[in-house]
Write a protein that binds this ligand. Structure first.
Ligand code: ADP
Length: 306
């Protein structure tokens, strides 16, 4: 069964067109990532899928329900981790889970049986009776994630789940999200972090200017859109060196913020030239495999969207 299906979805706010015909199909057990520059319509897509806002055209089905008519019913079977943690500061961790569970009409007995496992999943069992204020940002995120599982959903929506977290906290969230998919849950997440999408997502859709401009597994997108090897040049003289030499040694190059990105099917000739050391002493370079970020920047451009 398709857990979530959006077909031909159009969404405007007044005269501002946000989505122009979006199709998404989420399958059981997969992690699907929505990527796009700021304002591309990622959060709007999540809100539409949950029936929190309505499209001007198109159909949306969630957990077998038409969200245009039965959003409440569909949402009963879904977990949501919103962009900002909205835990209740007046309650303890345990109470937060309990109160949230009551919104789903889950009996106190079932909730009390479920909560220890969820606190354990969040790595917060020892703090069950503390207030929310005592938690770090990472702990709050993990609790919000655990809270989203209170109704044992098959699908969890996550809007930028690791924004604002330090690397350690981010890795812990990634670990928990992987555990969820290993246990058969489906995830639909939005993110600005390409590394996050590359590591977690089975499939990705990149949205830009209201349309899905490409879709596939991270590896497939890299293979389809980008030369496999990237040499980054930076420091003194990088741009001048690239303009003089790079064009004939790689497939293409781009200059952004003082760094030159050289994309090559085979970077041997480029590295050979660089290893001759025939450049200013301040120039540095590194070779790396192409990444999802390269795909994203190639397809959506390097201009700021704020
Ligand atoms: P993203 O999550 O990709 O950054 P959003 O879905 O939040 O993008 O927003 C997409 C566009 O829709 C933006 O231009 C935003 O200003 C606009 N938008 C979102 N919600 C509303 C709203 N409630 N009213 C008017 N415009 C909105």
């Amino acid at each position: 069964m398709s857990l979530l299906s959006l077909k031909g979805v159009h969404k405007s706010y007044g005269s501002h067109i946000v989505l122009q015909g979006i199709d998404i199909e989420l399958k059981a057990g997969e992690c699907f990532g929505l990527l796009g520059p700021n304002g591309a319509g990622k959060t709007t897509t999540l809100r539409l899928a949950l029936g929190l806002t309505h499209p001007q055209a198109g159909s949306i089905h969630l957990m077998g329900h038409d969200v245009l008519t039965h959003a409440r019913l569909a949402r009963q079977q879904v977990g949501v981790v919103a962009q900002t943690d909205n835990l209740d500061p007046d309650f303890t961790l345990r109470e937060n889970l309990l109160v949230y569970g009551r919104y789903f009409d889950i009996s106190r007995q079932i909730l009390e049986a479920r909560i220890p496992g969820l606190l354990d999943f969040a790595g917060l069992s020892a703090r069950a009776d503390e207030r929310i204020q005592s938690l770090s940002g990472g702990m709050k995120r993990r609790l919000t994630l655990a809270r989203a599982l209170i109704n044992d959903p098959q699908i969890v929506f996550l809007d930028e789940p690791t924004t604002g977290l330090d690397p350690q906290a981010r890795h812990l969230i990634w670990d928990r999200l992987r555990q969820l998919t290993q246990n058969g849950k489906s995830l639909l997440l939005t993110t600005h972090f390409m590394e996050e999408a590359e590591r977690l997502c089975d499939r990705i859709a990149i949205i830009d200017q209201g349309k899905i401009i490409t879709e596939g597994s991270p590896q497939q997108l890299i293979r389809d859109h980008i030369e496999p090897q990237v040499v980054e040049l930076y420091g003194e003289g990088a741009a001048a060196w690239a303009h003089a030499k790079a064009a004939r040694l790689c497939e293409r190059f781009e200059l952004t913020g003082g760094t030159v990105f050289c994309y090559a099917n085979d970077a041997k000739a480029l590295l050979c030239e660089l290893n001759r050391g025939d450049f200013t002493p301040g120039l540095r370079f590194l070779l790396r495999p192409a990444s999802l970020e390269d795909v994203f920047l190639k397809l959506t451009g390097r201009d700021l969207r704020d």
